[in-house]
Write a protein that binds this ligand. Sequence first.
Ligand code: FCB
Length: 449
Amino acid sequence: MDRDFVWGVATSAYQVEGAAAEGGRAPSIWDTFCRKPGAVFNGENGDTACDHYHRYREDIRLMSELGVGCYRFSISWPRIFPEKGRYNPEGMQFYKNVIAELKKYNMTAAVTLYHWDIPQWAEDLGGWENRESVSWFTEFAEKCFENLDGDVSLWITHNEPWCASFLSYHIGEHAPGKRGLEPALRAAHHILLSHGSAVRAYRAMHGSHKIGITLNLSPVYAETDGFADQLARKEKDGYQNRWFLEPLFCETYPADMAALFAARCGTRFDFIQPGDFACIAEPIDFLGLNFYSRCYVNYDPSDELLAGNPVSRMKKTRMDWDVCPETMEDLVREIRGYTALPIYITENGSAWDDKVENGRVHDPERVDYLRRHLEEIETLNRKGLGIRGYFCWSFMDNFEWAHGYSKRFGIVYVDYADQRRIPKDSFYAYRDCIKSFRGEKAAARLTGE
Ligand code: FCB
């Protein structure tokens, strides 16, 4: 990795902050969803989470011991706009404090504007299905740019639009828990449009740093080379990857998928208006990629997308995701078919059964996962594939959405009973990787290309 490679850790607001009713914050769709019986494992919620809202100083000190140069966190929209059109400066102050603390240690901030917590007031007005969400989001984005741009090195408009749309409106596993293809397509479109609109707003105010979007893309493999399995592969790739890559980089949706969706749900795509694609494809400075695993499919005619989920023989994490760093190359090459932009791995990590033993957490599987992915990134960069940074998911164990607190992704263990932080073996392994990859340089600075 070269000297400008950005080393980081990542979290998101609802997953770590807690303080759900403090600082003037109003509920988001996740506060509501968590109260829905059966929606979240054990009926858990993010009311307290890791109490990062009160403990960010301690957490950032620990990050500095890790040696990362950048902290990726997200801004809780309902802290900033607890009601439609009402700005809450107290909410913004929290993020100013976080950034000031980072500066003390010579660290920079990578800020995600939307990590899935649209305010409940917006949801009550139709949420992402309502085209007005684009202007609500742009207003929120502008406030964040105005107040924080001086010290933010990377702006990420959205985290994983696939999850915020298909997983939330089609599969129904995430808030707001709807199950319809048409609502998902509508939500996805408005999310993408709000991304483009925020980028335009940032350019209009001469934002001085980099702005991009983070997608969760997965390379898709079929069980066999047979025609039907290969067809399933193509549909899954369209659903997961191309539905987002094509509008962002080619100013259109993939025609094959549009035809499939129209056949499935009768959508007329009437939510698309002239000029939308030009807005969505507004030039950005980088692409964020969250990479965890691959997709593995076979043909299943009973599935809406014709894709079933065969079980592979690969080693699996506690999420049941294949451990397959070697598949990153296929994915990055697919991305390179769309864009030559710098890529930041804005999330990568794994969940395992962690136990505290004599005050230590031994997590050899996470250490192995981390090292193998970093080695793979180095290999990709040697091949000229342009990965500019790596953010480990996650800095600490946290609220893992529908899985509640049952899945631990942190390199720091959180004892939820007393909020004690215990760095796991993977914390020290990551620290050593950073040292060896970049020499003894104390802080990574985001400099140029
Ligand atoms: C990603 C999310 C992140 C976390 C990890 C495990 O999809 O962006 O919040 O849940 O998965």
